[in-house]
Design a protein around this ligand. Structure first.
Ligand SMILES: [Zn+2]
Length: 470
């Protein structure tokens, strides 16, 4: 098998990856003017023209544009054995998170910097590398004696906005995707860089906007305070219905689920080997007491328990503009992470009921659902695939693979699992320690990208050999 090396990755892909890094291809949720700005189209075209240069026999590179939706890039590659019609889908995305704060000295979101074998720029690891890895893996399979399955590389552009355009494309592309038998998702995380990490579960998500209104117009707090209940105080009470203000435990019982035994065991195994790998990853201030009783508990909290974050506040002036006023309203945007097997529609309805029933002091409450994402639990892995994952991790990382849940969501996996029951999944990626996918200083570790690429080649090769060993 022709391996991808750091040198060949640099020679074949790095210049285009760096060019991609310079495009502020923000996901539509962060750039309502994305269509006019054209950055997503620019990124799709850049990757498409790079894809057309690859030496992959029969590859068809297309950019699809459904009315009013972000573009999707596909590269469809025929099987070397035309009688095998099963398709492998290789998934990634090209839209990016916004800069999310000031980057460290010498780094900038859209001006890539290389330090050693690491590239710093927004979107390089989440998930710009994916298209490059998928296509380099396919290129490496050319001329390989084991043959090549039918593959569709699918790179979407709305992932960071909850993949809001993806379902429409999955409908539209269903004939092209054909008989999907294996899905390789290159948008997931890694606990360390010393082995291949395979994702076994993802949490779901509900985003709600809650507004508490108490006045028709703002009033001098000298006259209104103590008479008109503060919208902030009412909001605090409502939030206390959702979570215990002392411990952060979610109080809406429908948002909890029982954690399957294998995940409890996996968490204690990881804690035994790595210690407090979740806690130590956090850039906490000195002396901060983390939630959870121990390392395993924090792993389960991150991957299987519900949690609330207040991610936006409205109706409140910036500190420098604050005056002695009783404000008319307070708005909060809530992000609720859900256990992998909790239905976000049910969770959302329960949250709405908790926020709107019997509201303190007769204040007016409005709840708007902004976004939901389904969680995901990996279906049982076929023996041929488990073996291929194990072999690939040992060969390209030097040791056995690691299995872990992820605290985030990849709506695509839930969509695919629903559409293609029985499909095999491999969700992996390069988002290890310090990769900072949704923070400042996002980083791609090039050797890891190379190793993941070679793993993909190995899995594709193994797929063609799977017959008679399902
Ligand atoms: Zn991503």
């Amino acid at each position: 098998m022709a391996l991808v090396t750091l040198q060949s990755f640099e020679r074949d892909a790095l210049a285009t990856l760096l060019e991609y890094a310079r495009i502020p291809a923000l996901s539509p949720g962060f750039d309502s003017n994305w269509a006019a700005n054209g950055h997503l189209d620019h990124a799709a075209e850049l990757i498409a023209s790079w894809a057309r240069e690859r030496r992959i026999t029969g590859a068809v590179v297309e950019i699809h544009r459904l009315e009013g939706r972000t573009p999707v890039l596909t590269v469809t590659v025929p099987a070397s054995d035309p009688s095998d019609e099963s398709t492998v889908v290789l998934y990634g995305h090209l839209d990016k998170q916004p800069p999310l704060g000031d980057w460290s000295a010498g780094l900038a979101p859209f001006e890539p910097v290389r330090r050693g074998d690491r590239i710093y720029a927004r979107g390089v690891a989440d998930d710009g590398y994916s298209a490059f890895s998928a296509l380099l893996a396919l290129e490496a399979l050319e001329g390989d004696g084991r043959g090549r399955p039918r593959c569709v590389v699918l790179i979407e552009a709305s992932e960071e906005s909850g993949s809001e355009d993806l379902d429409a494309y999955l409908d539209y592309l269903a004939p092209q995707l054909g008989d999907v038998a294996l899905l390789i998702c290159l948008d997931s995380g890694a606990l360390t860089y010393d082995r291949l990490w395979v994702t076994t579960s993802l949490r779901g998500l509900v985003n709600l906007e809650v507004t508490v209104r108490v006045l028709e117009r703002p009033l001098h707090s000298g006259s209104a305070s103590g008479v008109v209940p503060s919208s902030f105080r009412v909001l605090r009470q409502l939030l206390d219905r959702l979570e215990d203000p002392l411990t952060g435990r979610i109080r809406v019982e429908a948002l909890h689920s029982s954690i399957p035994e294998e995940f409890v065991r996996a968490a204690s195994d990881i804690a035994a080997e790595f210690g407090d790998v979740v806690g130590e990853e956090m850039p906490s201030v000195a002396g901060l007491r983390l939630m959870g009783v121990d390392a395993a508990d924090r792993i389960l909290a991150q991957t299987w328990r519900p949690a609330l974050s207040t991610i936006g506040i409205g109706g409140v002036p910036a500190p420098s503009d604050a005056g002695n006023v009783l404000r008319t309203h307070t708005t909060a945007v809530l992000s609720l992470r859900l256990p992998p097997n909790v239905d976000p529609a049910i969770a959302s309805a329960e949250l709405r009921a908790a926020l709107t029933s019997d509201v303190p002091d007769g204040a007016h409450v409005e709840v708007r659902e902004l976004n939901t994402a389904e969680g995901w639990v990996r279906p049982a892995t076929a023996p041929w695939l488990a073996r291929a994952i194990d072999d690939a991790s040992r060969e390209f990382f030097g040791r056995e693979p690691g299995l872990t849940g992820e605290g985030g969501s990849i709506p695509f996996l839930a969509s695919l699992a629903r559409r293609y029951p029985g499909v095999q999944f491999v969700a992996t990626g390069v988002l290890g320690p310090e990769s900072n996918a949704h923070g400042i200083d996002e980083m791609l570790d090039l050797p890891t990208a190379v190793a993941v690429t070679n793993v993909v080649t190995t899995l594709l090769g193994a797929f063609t050999q799977r017959r008679g060993d399902q």
